[in-house]
Design a protein around this ligand. Structure first.
Ligand code: HEM
Length: 199
């Protein structure tokens, strides 16, 4: 009878662990989608500040509303879900905390949380018209979570056997190449728009 109870408890706790892990991953997906879209909105918001006054005011109101809703209804709840589920995972398996991969992962996650808080700071300054950060720098900033995502996912999948093979560097190089291409494309598009405007 005792053995049956123990087996039942082990089954229940391993199922709970998988539930926490599933919700952790769902939280991570929601958090990242919010962060990616939020900074994209900042870029459009910043670019709208060069428009005529009436348009500028209308766009400012609209972008401010979209940013606030995205940040408060999607991005921050995604972060809370991901982090609270991560805490549950660590409570169920405290041994993880002494693993090097998790310690490194936590330091990258800390960087992501700082990025999240910084996004709120930018959002407030865009809304009250005091933002000093250019659209070009916002585009660069938008690439940061991609790099963090790449490293964190590799850490959690490979754990202490973090791959340093040529394949890893090739994928990393490809990501950097894609990010630089996006920057270059935006630069060319902006130049074309300006030359069209100037006739
Ligand atoms: C302080 C914050 C975090 C802690 C303490 C944490 C901790 C954990 C732990 C203990 C696991 C279970 C590992 C296993 O069972 O193999 C896990 C899984 C996972 N975490 Fe996190 N995590 C955090 C944040 C994040 C973030 C920000 C991301 C995304 C970039 C992320 C992505 C993942 C993924 C994809 C898995 C599933 C890995 C697998 O099933 O092999 N985690 N996390």
């Amino acid at each position: 009878m005792v053995i049956v109870y123990e087996l039942y408890f082990i089954n229940l706790s391993s199922e709970a662990y998988l539930w926490f892990k599933s919700l952790h991953i769902i939280g991570v997906i929601v958090w990242f989608s919010g962060l990616f879209y939020l900074v994209r909105l900042f870029i459009y918001h910043e670019e709208s500040r060069t428009m005529q006054d009436d348009l500028k005011i209308a766009f400012n109101d609209q972008y401010s509303l979209m940013e606030k809703r995205l940040a408060n209804i999607i991005t921050t709840p995604g972060m809370i879900l991901a982090l609270s589920m991560a805490i549950c995972l660590v409570i169920m398996q405290p041994g993880w905390l002494s693993e090097k991969w998790l310690q490194i992962k936590i330091s990258f996650v800390l960087g992501l949380v700082i990025y999240h808080v910084y996004c709120y700071k930018i959002m407030n300054s865009l809304q009250n018209g005091t933002s000093k950060i250019s659209a070009k720098n916002l585009r660069l900033l938008n690439e940061l979570p991609t790099l963090l995502l790449f490293v964190i996912v590799l850490l959690v999948i490979f754990k202490n056997n973090f791959p340093t093979s040529i394949a890893t560097w090739s994928v990393f190089g490809l990501i950097i190449f894609m990010l630089l291409s996006i920057q270059l494309y935006a630069k060319i598009r902006k130049k074309n728009e300006e030359s069209l405007k100037n006739g």
